[in-house]
Design a protein around this ligand. Structure first.
Ligand code: 4AD
Ligand code: MG
Length: 463
């Protein structure tokens, strides 16, 4: 018999259809002469109700063995449901138990668990309603991202994880040791000689694929990366991870205006796609996690983002009748409290801040004619703050060389990057979207550790 997925059955299943499902038991309810199981296979928020009748062979034995968490396979016939809450249910003809789950020790019993507790059992939490919904929405966001770029003729390029350069120049690099082709023995590694580095110079985990994406844009015009990036910042906040995924489009023949236009269109597209494809999960977030989720999504889709310069943003912040922990003056970086004030309280919508002081931004950003600011843009959203950071890149060789030196970097290390300005340089621009911040913003989840299956933060890397 063909295997069916529960989401599809709940959507289109009709009485008298024979089918087979596999999944995990969420609840069991025993009544006189029959019992109900709620079974979930991860395809939807909704469970399929299974009816087991006492005429099933070994009825008593089966019921004893089936508890919350058990894995089962059921074949039977769909019938219209008499009960409230579901249109259709599956009358079991054959029920097979793959694995039971001891109710004394299985942690996910039918009650509400805090997200803090569930973080300690990250290997089981995907079986809950909240995490099921989060990871389905995460998948839909990823699909929307690829679809958006593929429809617009962008090439997906794969940039390296191990690299020798610090793209952001912020010194937040994890260094990679033992790149010497020797295998680590299973027990102990005292005999390994770490002195021979694979790269013959220090190697790190990438903080961004941008510099390599620029290489590819100089051949393919429009490209994007989508992969893991790493930051060794010791930030224990609800918005920082040591390992997070980033999406980085890079466009040749493009300036900052084109970059901002694309970023706005991009966010609107993803929200629209997720609302259409994960309607039930989004309603769940709105009901259970954050009452503003659907309103925010509608707002993003149908309104223009506010655009203002850093200089104007600082003026607004200086005038604000809010006591900030960090004072704001022209030339200092905006802190999360400032970003959130602008997006949450002042404009109450996404805000694109442009033209930051050159001194607080990375070496590759294009210097403006005032020689004080660079053509940078950050997109700030309510509750999260910065979700996207981007810029027009410096395409002039002499200016770039000077910027590299001014920031204390060695131009020889970036010879290949400078070559791009030497041979066929063009104005170009791009941005980076923090994928987990996007999922957090979309779902209303309060902590970024709860939108990635296996969060890596200063104190946690269980497996
Ligand atoms: O602003 P960032 O550092 O920009 C870059 O890395 C550029 N090279 C991007 C580009 O122009 N191609 O990072 C981009 C985004 C931030 O806006 C934020 O959403 C996210 O990455 N981000 C983090 N997300 C989770 N945890 C962290 N520690 C993050 N650091 C940055
Ligand atoms: Mg940034």
């Amino acid at each position: 018999m063909l295997k069916s997925r529960i989401a599809e059955i709940l959507r289109t299943g009709q009485p008298d259809e024979s089918l087979l499902i596999q999944g995990w038991v969420r609840t069991k309810r025993e009544l006189k002469g029959f019992a109900f199981l709620e079974v979930n296979d991860g395809s939807s928020l909704g469970n399929l109700q299974i009816v087991i009748n006492q005429d099933l062979p070994n009825y008593e034995g089966i019921l004893k063995q089936i508890n919350t968490g058990a894995s089962v396979e059921v074949s039977g016939v769909l019938v219209a449901s008499q009960g409230k809450g579901q249109r259709i249910e599956l009358k079991a003809d054959v029920l097979k138990i793959y694995g039971d789950a001891d109710p004394e020790t299985y942690p996910l019993q039918k009650k509400r668990h805090s997200f803090e507790f569930l973080r300690t059992i990250a290997h089981l939490r995907s079986r809950t309603n909240s995490f099921g919904a989060v990871f389905r929405v995460r998948n839909a966001c990823a699909t929307a991202i690829h679809q958006f770029f593929q429809e617009r003729d962008f090439l997906w390029v794969h940039t390296p994880i191990i690299t020798a350069s610090d793209c952001e120049g912020a010194g937040e690099l994890f260094s990679v040791t033992n790149l010497d082709f020797k295998k680590i023995p299973r027990t102990g590694n005292q005999d390994i000689d770490y002195s021979q580095d694979f790269f013959s110079k220090p190697a790190y985990l990438t903080v961004s694929g941008q510099l390599e994406a620029e290489i590819m844009a100089m051949a393919f015009t429009n490209v994007y990366t989508f992969g893991p990036t790493f930051r060794a910042e010791n930030s224990n906040t609800s918005r920082h991870l040591a390992e997070f995924w980033m999406v980085e489009p890079e466009m040749a023949f493009c300036d900052l205006e084109g970059d901002m236009d694309l970023a706005e269109e991009f966010l609107k597209y993803i929200f629209k796609y997720v609302l259409e494809t994960c309607t039930q999960d989004m309603e769940f977030f709105n009901e259970r996690i954050d009452r503003t989720v659907l309103e925010t999504a509608d707002y993003i889709i149908s309104n223009q983002f506010e655009r203002l310069s850093y200089t104007d943003a600082v003026k607004f912040l200086e005038k604000a009748d809010v006591k900030f922990d960090y004072p704001v003056t022209w030339g200092t970086d905006l802190q999360s409290e400032h970003e959130r004030y602008l997006a949450e309280q002042l404009f109450k919508k996404p805000v694109v801040v442009t033209d930051y002081p050159a001194g607080i931004k990375a070496f590759y950003m294009r210097l403006s004619d005032d020689e004080k600011t660079v053509r940078a843009m950050d997109i700030l959203v309510p509750k999260i703050g910065e979700i996207i950071g981007g810029s027009q890149r410096e395409e002039r060789l002499d200016v770039l060389e000077k910027r590299v030196l001014d920031q204390g970097m060695n131009p020889e290390d970036l010879w290949w990057y400078l070559d791009l300005r030497r041979y066929g340089t063009v104005p170009h621009a791009g941005f980076g979207l923090g994928f987990e911040r996007l999922v957090q913003f979309m779902t209303g989840m309060g902590n970024i550790r709860d939108v990635i299956p296996f969060p890596r933060t200063p104190q946690s890397a269980e497996f």
